[in-house]
Design a protein around this ligand. Sequence first.
Ligand code: HSE
Length: 326
Amino acid sequence: MPGGRERVRAKVPATSANLGPGFDALGIALSLYAWIEMAPADETSIALLGNGTEGLPSDKSNLLYGIAQRVFDEAGVRVPELEIAFAGDIPLARGLGSSAAAIVGALGAANALIGEPLPRDELFRIATEIEGHPDNVGPAIYGGIVTAIWDGERASHIRLDVPAGLATLVAIPTYELLTSKARAALPETYSRADAVFNLSRAALLTAAFATGKLDVVRHAMQDRLHQPYRAPLVPGLSRVLSEASARGALGAALSGAGPTAIAFVDEASANGRKSELETFLREAMSVSGDGRDVELRWLAPSAEGLVVEAASDRLQDALSEGGLAR
Ligand code: HSE
C-alpha cells in the first residue's frame, strides 16, 4: 500500500449518548472497547469474533466492508479485496454505542491502511452521516465528552476532558432494544416549554462538565424529549431516573436509546454509597425481579477515542493469546 500499512487494527471505545437532556447532541466515551482489523487480501474474508455477531453477513454486504470501500472511493484508491476482523466487548443493541464503534473502527482502519488521507474531522462527518446523529460517533472518535451538532451535511463538535472524579456505573439488562424502535416511540413535535426545559439543562450540563462543577450535574440531568417516551420500553427506568440521586448518584440517564441505564457518581462524595447504588440499580432494572438479568459495570470514562496501529499478528491470534490491551 503506498504510504499505507500492511495490517492495521483500530481500537474504539463504547459510548453513552444523550446524558439525559442532550438528545442527539452529547456523549461520553467509556472504557469498554471494540477492535476492527483490516489488511489487503487476494480474496475478501470477514471474521466476526464478538458475542452477538452471529447472523451478521460475512461477505461484501457487511457494513464494515462497505464503509472501508467508501473511504477508498473518497480517497480515490482501489483496495477491492480485504481481510477484515471484528471483535468487541461492547454488548450489541444495549445503548452503549456498539454500532458507532463498528462504523468508526472501520473508517479509521480503512483510512490508516491507505496512509490516512482523510482527516479525523472528515471521518467524524462520514460516521455521523452513516449513524444519523453525532452523539455516539463523536466520543468514539475523540474520546472524553463530546458536544456536537449535525445539519445533515456538516458536523461540528467540541471535545471536553472528563472532570476528575466523575465515575459511571452502567446497568445493562439482558434484553436488546433497537435504536429504531426507541426512536419510533418519540413524538414528532414538542412544546416550547419542553424545548426550553431541555436546552437549558443540556447547556448547564455541558458547562458543568467543562468547569468540573460536579455538584451542578445533579440539577442538569433531567429530560423531557426522549426518556419519558422511552420509559414504557425500559422497565425500571422511571424509578432509576427519579431515585438515583437519593441513592448516591449525581444523576442517571437512559444510555443512548437504551435499554442500559447509566448513573454518574462523584468519587469524592460517593464514599460508602457505591454498594447502595449498585443494589438499587440492579433491583430497579431487573425484569425477572431477582437481579440476575442485569449486568452492573463501573466503567471509567475513556479519555482516548479511536486509536489505529499497525498490527503484526492477526486479531484472532491476539485474542486467543490474551494480547489485546483492554
Ligand atoms: N441519540 C440517539 C438516540 C443515540 O437516543 O436515539 C442512540 O444511538
